[in-house]
Design a protein around this ligand. Sequence first.
Ligand code: NAP
Length: 477
Amino acid sequence: MDTHAVEGDKRDVLDCDVVVVGAGVGGLNSIYHLLGQGKSVRAFEAGSEVGGTWYWNKYPGARVDIESLEYSYGFSEEVQQEWKWPLLYSEQPSVLEYLNWVCDRLGLRDSIEFDTRVTSARFEEEANCWVVETDGGETVRCRHCVMALGFLCDPYVPEFPGLGSFEGGFVHTARWPAEGIELKGKRVGVIGTGASAVQAITTIAPDVGELKVFQRTPNWCFPIRNDTIAAGYEAPVKADYAEVRRREYAEGFAGMILVDGKIAPARMTPALDATSEERETAYWERYRVGGPHIFFIWADQMSNLDANKTLADFLAERIRERVHDRETAAKLIPDHPIWSRRPPGESGFYEVFNLDHVELVDSRANPISSFTPGGIVMDDGTEHELDVVLLATGFDAGAGALNRIDIRGRRDESLRERWQAEGVRTLLGMMVSGFPNMYILDGVQSPACFFSPPLLVDAQSRWISRVVGRSGSPHVK
Ligand code: NAP
């Protein structure tokens, strides 16, 4: 870093080399690599601590759907050796604890300002720098800007007529209060059956007085069979971690390669070349172990509809076995190919529908019409009286969070307006022409949501830090 400002030329005096926006899984990773390049970094985080997704999503049952030993940073051998995960699939508090630990272990915290939201970032052409403004009234000039906002950070709340008039409480899963919400004995409605809903429903079902699950589209769920990590499970993985990480990228499915603690890449043979008995045996094997690797047994499971259907038929049968009421089971079986939507992991989700106080409400056949002070009214006039509604309705995914920041590139062009007018166009989801030295992590048009996030952001952060590392040093205050 060159600390000698050019006398009289204030345009060239910058506050730091790089501003990183966000201190979640991606932001922390990026800060680490950029500091490693000897760059000065200032990061701004809207939350009060690190974590991003894992800071905001405190709803009951929130946890990873990728095995803990894989849903973790691989960029530091010390970090991956020292940390010990309690569960096969970590719960939200545990992931948050891990990210805080990494932050301190690698000395990243001093670079982060919390409770600070970036409101605008403007590229100043003449000075070749970004001018970043925060809601705290601060203005920071830097050469590079890394948007580590996450793919899913802006909760999506549908505009249900009358939602505001509902006298019970409603809360989005991604804005669950840290102190929790008392649901014991209450009449609770959950809207949505995506990954967040599946986890929340399974966790709250035993405690609530009545549970109505409003499902528009069922999803293909996979069992995770979460448990504590057995003695002797972790050591062989840790002994071979470098190879595990290499093969997660090279051969893994969505960045996952471990099956029951062992490296197990997909077979290179098509599902339809196997006999139905061989397929059945393979599906049962993985179903019993639990985990997303049931989706990557054969080479063509995600590319051939007939191959895909062999697993769909297998999973549909499991749903019919587990859900006692035939009509409810039928409603829970999707009609889309597996992995055309992100499959949620589940641990006892289907059994919830065998409880007397739980009802599956088909909001595709009979959509939600409006909210009243007492509950939800469907199109056909049926009313569901509720005390609390959980909106597990997802996110304004991809560009949503970026669009909330007033980002202006060359010639004062607005990124939001360009994308609205022309559609989203990026370089590999990481850069946008006309917005020099601005980088996006885990963003729209990247493999976000379909690749293990810690691995994805690490590959992106390494690339970004190498680009940043090669650029000349500005004059930094
Ligand atoms: P989501 O998958 O987008 O699900 C939203 C749900 O709300 C869907 O069931 C959707 O129905 C329903 N919905 C939305 N608008 C509605 C409306 N107007 N009326 C009725 N229903 C409506 O959101 P999510 O469950 O929060 O998951 C989002 C992503 O977050 C996941 O794909 C995953 O990548 C990530 N995630 C990961 C984990 C994990 O790994 N542990 C956990 C949670 C979330 P339709 O399907 O019909 O649109």
